[in-house]
Design a binder for this molecule. Structure first.
Ligand SMILES: CC(C)(COP(=O)(O)OP(=O)(O)OC[C@H]1O[C@@H](n2cnc3c(N)ncnc32)[C@H](O)[C@@H]1OP(=O)(O)O)[C@@H](O)C(=O)NCCC(=O)NCCS
Length: 383
């Protein structure tokens, strides 16, 4: 039997607002909580895990020193279980799933955990860039200029390039909140959320970023966040947040031996680069590459998770791909729920597999824009 890679379980913490309910939790501890949650939900003996592949963007301070390994040890898992930390910027933990799946298919792993974390309250975005230094050297500057690429300006450029209006961005974002609120009210996240009990005994069980009763009028009053005459605001950008997510990846054969029921198979996985500025366009060619590789038509796909880094990103993607808008981010996205950078790839995939299972959707596609102008794209098939 040819080796495949299947997802047998997927869990996440609630996503908390910046300085909200999870801001008192160390990122290694938050990671450990989802690892424990995964083991508890599956009954899996953690000693069987061959590797933990963990996305994290700001690998500095509390998030450095290979946080994947610290998370394993903090979870109480056996010392023999290793962990490795991955940086593909906002797609880090989607990349972690790709690495885990490839390792399982290759036979390097029988069982792997893929996931990620970011506690942006404690380790702010860009905090790995130290005063007076730049990750970009002279050769980069000769090619692309010395200005540091700014994702908000990239989102502005994407809105302009695809002729998107401020009201289109705000309307899309309002829908993200409405869809997330409906998903919460209908208990659609119940199977995926591992509640977190903080040190002072407070139980955080629900996503904090979702706004109810919003309006496009209130959103229209928000000031541009990145340039004075711009369209990108706090309302149509992803929120800065805290969270962690994890998926258990193995072969269907091993899952059967362990008595675990696979949810979805990793059908195809690609990654691709596009221009480093406007930075956020790569999900479009990555989707094309994925469709070409898989031979599956966009019209056969019933669920899409396209990360809402900014509203202009999924809207440009939609305009180019012709995907069904109703199937796009139907449980809300990072605008409503939040975008804890290193956790988001695994968070989106967790929501995607549960959504596919609940609704009997055969194919689901995920893609995310990433700093540096890259994108991962994954096609899942329900089992
Ligand atoms: C856009 C951004 C700069 C805004 O930051 P911020 O100003 O600190 O955002 P806040 O959450 O404090 O919101 C600002 C205001 O907008 C309001 N607001 C936010 N969303 C709103 C909505 N949907 N409706 C009405 N008001 C809203 C907030 O209530 C807040 O109001 P206040 O100032 O009266 O308290 C920040 O969210 C950001 O950088 N996002 C992108 C993160 C990122 O780049 N991730 C990587 C992707 S590539």
């Amino acid at each position: 039997m040819a080796r495949d890679a299947v997802i047998v379980a997927a869990v996440r913490t609630p996503l908390a607002k910046r300085n909200g309910g999870l801001s008192g939790v160390h990122p290694a501890d938050l990671s450990a909580l989802v690892l424990r949650g995964l083991a508890e939900r599956t009954g899996l003996d953690p000693a069987l895990v061959d590797d933990v592949v963990w996305g994290c963007v700001s690998q500095v301070g509390e998030q450095t020193f290979d946080i994947a390994r610290t998370a394993v040890l903090s979870a109480g898992w056996p010392e023999r279980v290793p962990g490795v930390t991955v940086d593909r910027q906002c797609g880090s933990s989607q990349q972690a799933v790709h690495f885990a799946a490839a390792g399982v298919i290759a036979g390097h792993y029988d069982i792997a955990v893929a996931g990620g974390v970011e506690v942006m309250s404690r380790v702010p975005m860009f905090s790995a860039i130290t005063e007076g230094t730049s990750p970009l050297g002279e050769l980069y500057a000769e090619r692309f200029g010395s200005e540091f690429p700014n994702q908000g300006m990239g989102a502005e450029d994407v809105a302009t390039m695809w002729h998107l209006s401020r009201s289109q961005l705000d309307e899309y974002s309002l829908h993200s909140h409405q869809r997330a609120a409906q998903a919460m009210d209908e208990g659609r996240f119940a199977d995926e959320i591992v509640p977190v009990t903080t040190a002072d005994g407070v139980v955080i069980a629900a996503d904090e970023g979702v706004r109810r009763g919003g309006s496009t009028e209130a959103m229209a009053r928000l000031k541009p966040a990145f340039k004075p005459d711009g369209m990108i605001t706090a309302g149509n950008a992803s929120q800065i947040s805290d969270g962690a997510a994890a998926l258990l990846v193995t072969t269907s054969e091993r899952a059967g031996e362990l008595g675990l029921t696979p949810i979805a198979r990793v059908h195809s996985a690609v990654v691709l680069g596009d221009a480093p500025m406007p930075m956020l366009t790569a999900p479009i060619p990555a989707t094309r590459k994925l469709l070409d590789r898989s031979g599956v038509s966009i019209h056969a796909i019933g669920a899409f998770e396209v990360n809402e880094a900014f509203a202009s990103v999924p809207l440009a993607w939609l305009a180019e791909t012709g995907a069904d808008p109703k199937a796009l981010n139907s449980n809300g996205g990072s605008i409503a729920l939040g975008h804890p950078l290193g956790a988001s790839g695994a968070r989106l995939m967790t929501t995607l597999v549960h959504h596919m299972r609940h609704n009997g959707i055969r194919y689901g596609l995920q893609t995310m824009c990433e700093a540096g102008g890259q994108a991962n794209a994954t096609l899942l098939e329900l089992m």
